[in-house]
Design a protein around this ligand. Sequence first.
Ligand code: CA
Ligand code: CA
Ligand code: ZN
Length: 460
Amino acid sequence: MHRYNEGMNRRTVLLVFVLLSTFGLWANEALQVDRVEIHPATGTLRLVVFAPVKGISSAESVLEFFSRHGSMFGIEDAENELRMTGSFTDRLGQRHTTMAQFYRGVPVLGGMLRLHEGSAAQVRAVNGLFVSGIEIDPLPKVPAFTAKAAAFNLVAGEISVFDLPWLQAEPPTLMVLRTNLARGVPGRDHLVWEVEVSDRRAIREFLYLDAHTAKLVDRVSGIHTIDRQIHQQFFNNSLWREGDAFPFTASDADTNDEVNELILGSQDIYSLFANLSGGRHLSWDGHHATMHSIQDFQYDECPNAFWNGRTTNFCVGMVADDIVSHEWTHAYTNSTHNLFYRFQPGAINEATSDIFGEIADRLNGRGSDVPDVQRNDGDCPSTNSSLRWQIGEDSVFGTFRDMWNPRCFGDPSQVSDPRYACGEDDSGGVHTNSGIPNHAFALVTDGGVFNGLEVSGIGL
Ligand SMILES: [Ca+2]
Ligand SMILES: [Ca+2]
Ligand SMILES: [Zn+2]
């Protein structure tokens, strides 16, 4: 009972048709569209932003809205395919309503649309995902208890006997699953039993078993943990990986120190990103990618440290907490906003790394962190022993940038500073002009007077 989802050509034709017909609808009803985005897996819309000047009254119910305009999302019968699961009004008076997708009474995994209304009672945007074109038998042939036992046995066969006594399977939930949805490519629809199997400690797996055949269709780990790996000199020479004994003690003392600092420093930035995002941005890419670092990187431009798109790399002597988090922040930047590494965007890219590197350094309670007192205007590390805002103070080579007073190392604190780099060198002065946003961050954090302006610090 599987139906392969539309191929690319058919989807494209369908989409053009849907867009044409819905643009017609919008024209009739004076709905103006600012922006649309298409989901790569379904070929239907996943975001529509309406122009703020014209909209429709919220007196029209959300369901009525989807009854009239749902075809642009692939909805055929809004009353039977959508159910409201939540609605709240934010501090700006804007209402956000969540509609979950159902197929003949069965919930569709991942199928959810959110409708956003402005404070002036207008529909402002719709985003989310509707899985269109499902055609399967919605009645299970495999009983729930059979699916539960099968899922339990699958996980039980993979774990240590010592963990077995705590393992349990929750009551299964019937749902429709389209494979490859999260991957963004077309897939097949299955009626599935979702079974959560866990030991309520470190094991938590969601298994999706076909409710017609009992075959495993998909599985998702419910536990997301850090995954680090440290290599030496070359990628194929792995020294330590997640789960190995800590601390690492297999080499000379200096190497052990560097490897252990890489292990802990990677945890610093992983935790910082996770905490700042409420647990949503895991690891550097936001999808709990393995964090690979190379210690004693073989490079003719040592001493240096850098991110190369795959690994963070450190010459001997360059492993220090703020530098490790600096390099991982380059990985984050690379996989998110990807600031262009030239001139001003490059300088902001560099400053972003210095800022997160120094935040991690100052919060981790490891390495040289004291004295840590607020500094006066014009203080340099040479005149004030406070380690606050110094970059690289724990490296073998010592401090090489200062966020509080970038001028101490020849970098500008403001754009009008004669130290501002305008040339092609260093990708357009990225490690020099980063002084300006670095300084702004230090000033906003600690407060002070700069350029005749008094800034009250927000603290850290
Ligand atoms: Ca520190
Ligand atoms: Ca530092
Ligand atoms: Zn950098």
